[in-house]
Design a protein. Sequence first.
Length: 252
Amino acid sequence: MSLISGKQPIAEGKTKRVYLHDEPDKVILYFKNDITALDGLKHDVIHGKGYINAYITKYLFEKLEKAGVPTQLVEYVYPNIIIAKKIQMLPIEVVCRNIAAGHLVKKLPFFKNGQPLNPPVIEFFYKSDELHDPMVNEYHLQALRITSEKETLQMKDYTLKANRVLKDFFNKRGLIFVDFKIEFGRLSEDNLVIGDELNGDSMRLWASPDGRKAFDKDGYRSGDALDKVRETYIETFKVITGEEPLKEGLES
Ligand code: C5P
């Protein structure tokens, strides 16, 4: 708490607040307990969610860093804060899919739910709640000067590398890594890193091939009771990190 007490956030999103750090090249990411879906139309609060998602983000970002995929992570501060490199976030979401599910199946019904995608499918979405995050391609990104040609290649390269690392990791834990969403930020020109967060909110992680048991946010999206959703967050913490969450962290 002391890290942010008395400070005003410089930005606030649906699930995080961003504060300036005393060192100008860093920011403080504060993970909230808020949970949202349907572009923010559905909204609840789950105690311990900020802790769970900050910790899983730290855990997975460390894994990516070790594999040579750069991230925004500097340091995790219990329970729900990440000190991060200050970067200029790009207004896009990058989705990578190993198995057809979610919007891919809804928008392009010739893909069947559960169908393997090989090679993986990468999609870009322009971030706008108002426009419901429309899909764009890499030519749009360059025409809009959102990314340079080099940055576009870098983004695709890091996304596929991150996918390989995470897929192997989850497969070893007996889980099916269906898809995930990451966001990138610019550290300097032509030098992107993965930013924001990476946890059960930003991926589909199936425990069974039909996706009926899953460690992700789809239960909340499809109307599960909040108690069940909270239980899934706790299970997701355990299954990803292999650790037990701290009791007081879950109450924070
Ligand atoms: O909804 P859709 O099928 O496009 O989602 C693909 C992946 O991206 C899912 O893992 C979902 O959790 C994630 N996603 C996200 N934030 C969004 C949209 C999708 O984390 N705004």
